[in-house]
Ligand binder design. Structure first.
Ligand SMILES: Cc1cc2nc3c(=O)[nH]c(=O)nc-3n(C[C@H](O)[C@H](O)[C@H](O)COP(=O)(O)OP(=O)(O)OC[C@H]3O[C@@H](n4cnc5c(N)ncnc54)[C@H](O)[C@@H]3O)c2cc1C
Length: 376
């Protein structure tokens, strides 16, 4: 008999798992999404390293219109006054079929959605309660409907309220103390940097990442400021009191529509009290955005579940949890180290960091160990 799987949340993790399940006729699945439409976050960008691109290629990502994605070959490091420090060759991680990719988040979500049968996603659905009956999971929704399934996969993002309902305790992410400001920018707004590459501009307690997201050369800008946003501070005030103090020319990058949000990270991953309930993506663990691995890890975790269920593994939950925690710890350590390194404010330490960075990016052994293990 076909195994039935319910996926909660139609973000990158949930839709990746759905796309993978659709390739295997032994499964029946439904994605339950609380919103009434897909969240397409029009315009903002996302970076995908080769580890996730190779998974997406299993169901046709390589066929996505070439104009809608971009393959940067270098990551350029700059100090806040646009002095280039060094660059990292991203092509060393690429394979013949999978390349480091940047694109609009909406392009990725549309690609994932278009792969699915039209009735695969049910909108306006929020879990009210779950019960385990004879090894199956019975889920009931706020609208009064219910479903009986073999596996429940929760991918409802950083603020996962489903997790608290299932585990019957309050589980909340932690505020990191930093704020993200995002913008879409045009090539005409960019000067002093190489617009073909990913640019990482490091200031005191702040950094900016800027990269093309398609062949039209539209750009994504994300600025992470290590400062609590005071309740009423406007985005303009936050920028004026931080990075624009260090380089007023950066103002050219912030002309368009700006979006601000506080950055949250997870406390620690949890294993469900139910053996056939599993968490993936940000609902499993939300990383700091300083290694650009959030989406890639959402995709990887979905693939791990797919492989374990497809292979009828006897201990799916334990095996998944053990491997995912190991991977999460590795990426978390690197993300936190980058967070510290990108935001150094002491002038002497900055000089030291830049000298070290220049040497490290050319050290193949170090790069393979620091990044290669993640972009495997
Ligand atoms: C500033 C910033 C920059 C980033 N940049 C990058 C980057 O360059 N590269 C990268 O890889 N990652 C990046 N990330 C992280 C990345 O966007 C996330 O890690 C990724 O989107 C997680 O996917 P997900 O599917 O787990 O969650 P989400 O994409 O958040 O999807 C969750 C889905 O669940 C739905 N939902 C929520 N609650 C419920 C509920 N109760 N019931 C049903 N449905 C529900 C939501 O509506 C949504 O559709 C960045 C994050 C930040 C904050």
């Amino acid at each position: 008999m076909k195994k039935k799987i319910a996926i909660i949340g139609s973000g990158i993790a949930g839709l990746t798992l759905a796309s993978l399940l659709q390739t295997n006729p032994n499964f029946e699945f439904v994605v339950y999404e609380k919103e009434d439409i897909l969240n397409l976050d029009e315009g903002f960008g996302v970076q995908l390293s080769v580890n996730s691109v190779s998974i997406l290629n299993k169901f046709g990502f390589h066929q996505l219109n070439k104009n809608e994605k971009y393959h940067p070959s270098k990551l350029d490091f700059y100090s806040i006054n646009y002095n280039k420090i060094c660059d990292l060759d991203l092509t060393t991680f690429n394979s013949e079929s999978a390349k480091y990719t940047t694109l609009k988040r909406s392009t990725l979500v549309k690609f994932l959605k278009e792969k699915l049968f039209s009735n695969s996603i049910m909108f306006g659905k929020k879990i009210n309660n779950i019960k385990q009956i004879n090894g199956k999971i019975n889920i009931s929704f706020i609208d009064g409907s219910s479903d009986k399934i073999d596996y429940l996969i929760v991918s409802d993002g950083v603020f996962s309220s489903t997790k608290s309902i299932i585990e019957k305790k309050v589980l909340k992410p932690i505020y990191s103390g930093a704020t993200a400001i995002r913008a879409q920018i045009k090539i005409t707004d960019i000067s002093n940097i190489n617009s073909n590459n990913i640019s990482l501009i490091m200031g005191s307690d702040a950094h900016l990442a800027l990269y093309p997201i398609n062949q039209k050369k539209e750009f994504n800008l994300v600025c992470i400021i290590r400062k609590k946003s005071e309740g009423n501070d406007s985005i303009k005030t936050i920028l004026e009191n931080t990075i624009l103090k260090e380089n007023k020319n950066l103002v050219n990058l912030f002309k368009g529509d700006l979006k601000l949000w506080p950055i949250y990270t997870s406390n620690k991953p949890i294993k469900s009290i139910y053996k056939n309930v599993l968490y993936i993506g940000d609902a499993f663990y939300t990383f700091l955005p300083t290694l650009a691995q959030g989406a890639s890890q959402a995709i990887e975790s979905a693939n791990e579940i797919f492989e374990l269920i497809s292979n009828n593994h006897l201990e799916i939950q334990s095996e998944y949890f053990k491997n995912r925690v190991e991977r999460t710890n590795l990426i978390n350590k690197r993300s936190k180290f980058n967070y510290f390194g990108f935001h150094i404010s002491n002038p002497l330490l900055k000089i030291l960091r830049n000298k070290l960075l220049k040497r490290l990016v050319k050290n193949k052994k170090f790069i393979q160990s620091y990044l290669g293990k993640i972009y495997k």
